[in-house]
Design a protein around this ligand. Structure first.
Ligand SMILES: Nc1ncnc2c1ncn2[C@@H]1O[C@H](COP(=O)(O)OP(=O)(O)O)[C@@H](O)[C@H]1O
Ligand SMILES: [Mg+2]
Length: 196
């Protein structure tokens, strides 16, 4: 692939990557896949981590595979990823980080049959903006956008993501550029993370 085209959709679990990604891929007419599914399908896993109830991914193997796959591909994709920073920046046109207010995220994650410590780790990661921080350390800031899914219904979030991906309008894009969402200035969030 000689030009930039792939879109990454990231965020901590429960922020809506899969829900929004499936609908967004139809709107964009881009095939959608989850990087995590590729890791499992291709068996790029090291072992099952009982404590976190999740597979530990062989990052090096997945990184080599996905970058080689994207280099050979003639199509563009919408990719849900958790370890997005293994995808070389030259393959990526825009990155959408889904954010969710930690109190709302807590309600969403409580519905998953997860151990409490796993829920708490993800709440803390969201409160601190860890994924945005990781993306900013790897990709150009201009390519990274954040959507607060606590502020839009699912269909509205899909429409907003679609606009961000397809727009070239600087003023509009600037208002969604990464680094604007700060949960730590909300006292309720500080109280929540003190307890966990
Ligand atoms: N505005 C919203 N945007 C995205 N998901 C939402 C929203 N409001 C509620 N949800 C719910 O939150 C959950 C998000 O789960 P999921 O899409 O699996 O997230 P992820 O793939 O990031 O783990 C779904 O049950 C979805 O219905
Ligand atoms: Mg998902």
């Amino acid at each position: 692939m000689l030009f930039l085209c792939n879109i990454l959709l990231t965020g901590v679990p429960g922020t809506g990557k899969t829900t929004i990604g499936k609908r967004l891929s139809k709107r964009l007419k881009l095939p959608f896949f989850k990087l995590g599914d590729i890791a499992l399908k291709k068996r790029f896993v090291k072992y099952f981590d009982e404590y976190h109830q999740s597979w530990i991914i062989d990052i090096d193997a997945l990184k080599e595979y996905i970058n080689s796959f994207l280099s050979r591909s003639t199509k563009c994709f919408l990719i849900e990823c958790f370890y997005c920073d293994i995808i070389e920046p030259h393959h990526v046109s825009k990155i959408i980080v889904l954010r969710t207010h930690p109190l709302i995220l807590l309600e969403r994650l409580k519905k998953r049959n997860w151990p409490e410590h796993k829920i708490n780790e993800n709440i803390l990661a969201e409160a601190l903006g860890s994924i945005t921080y990781d993306m900013l350390s790897f990709f150009q800031k201009e390519k990274i956008f954040e959507i607060d899914t606590s502020q839009c219904r699912i269909d509205e979030c899909v429409t907003l993501a679609y606009k961000i991906i397809t727009s070239n309008e600087k003023k509009f894009l600037d208002s969604y550029n990464a680094g604007r969402i700060d949960w730590l200035s909300d006292e309720r969030v500080l109280f929540l993370i003190e307890k966990i």
